[in-house]
Write a protein that binds this ligand. Sequence first.
Ligand SMILES: C[S@@+](CC[C@H](N)C(=O)[O-])C[C@H]1O[C@@H](n2cnc3c(N)ncnc32)[C@H](O)[C@@H]1O
Length: 393
Amino acid sequence: MGSYNHQDIEALVLGDDLIFCVLSNVKKGAEKTFIKADVKPVVLKGELHYQVSKYDTQKVFHENLSPQGLVSYFEEVLGHYFKQAQFYTKKSDLQVLFNKRGEGTVLKKPPTRFAVDLSHNRKKQYLIPEGEACDFMQALGVMDSEGKVYKKMYDKFRQLNKYLEFVEDVLPYLGDEITIVDFGCGKAYLTFALYYYLVKLKNRAVKIIGLDLKQDVIQFCNQIAVQLGYDGLSFRIGDIGAFDYEERVDMVVSLHACDTATDEAIGKAVAWKAKVVYAVPCCQHELFNQLENNEMSLLLKHGVVKDKLATIVTDTLRAQALEAVGYQVQVLEFIDMTHTPKNILIRAVLSDKSEEQKKLDYEKYQAFINAWNVRPRIDKTLAVFFPASHKPE
Ligand SMILES: C[S@@+](CC[C@H](N)C(=O)[O-])C[C@H]1O[C@@H](n2cnc3c(N)ncnc32)[C@H](O)[C@@H]1O
């Protein structure tokens, strides 16, 4: 429980973090015009605004405010008119209660709502904008020296930026010195983007190791890293399953690494107690020939449907297995379908979940495994992290 500070609310509105808000509990003695109000972001003529809906007993009145206008509205009513506010933000849920003197206390909880993507209506503000020179984008052939994105690289440019938006969300979980392992980095567009973003735009001290099986690709990436003076970025040849690293690892990334390589990456991340795990799985074949379920046999009848189902079951199990070893997991769309259908992002953040909760999560995971009668690779890579006491009798 902390004290309410108007500047914190201002920062979350201006920082584009507010997802929804409900104001209620009108102060005794206030001239009662509305009994409740809620606030949601909307896009008007390409710009972010907030729609404030004010309720009386019969009707609802809408007003659209700029972010700064909303900050002023909050200043006017919070503690003076409404005694209670519930903020849903990208990073946390905040319940604020005001006493008679207008002093507020804040109860902070993990976030329960996800932001609605308004980007299709909004002038896109990319984290690495077009029109400004960017050394790694130029070196990798995404932009020219004036920052103009090459037409054929536009999808890649959008993908890199989208990826960084997802990374931005987890920055509060990472410290100022961050070590990251990027498994199956390939030509490493995303690895360079991550380094650039954290070091140049966010001023963090960062060490990133990219790992891949391909010698020529690793050689190329190391050359570019040296050429750009990216001292904390290096690349190694190797197989994920055989990779050892003795020091602390804060974040593990595995983007489009093939089939069960994702499970190996998750296994390493959990063993290192990495605070953050990003996995975008790709070409899951493992469960296709294992799935069995008499009640759901129609889902297994047509190869195309069964293939999609195998992917969904695999990713559901990966997400739930991470829950069972103590992570808070989100499954998100990585990039839109026009670029590639490989669009599931499993984003996991290590939490202080109780043993009891882990046990419940493990039981759900085990029940799902039993329902489909499968033995996925994730069950093997995480086996040692599921304590025996968690397993059902
Ligand atoms: C499709 S590429 C993705 C590259 C990059 N991560 C991206 O998303 O743009 C997959 C990469 O994973 C690498 N890979 C697959 N299995 C691997 C393993 N077991 N160990 C290391 N690298 C692996 C492949 O060599 C390939 O370069």
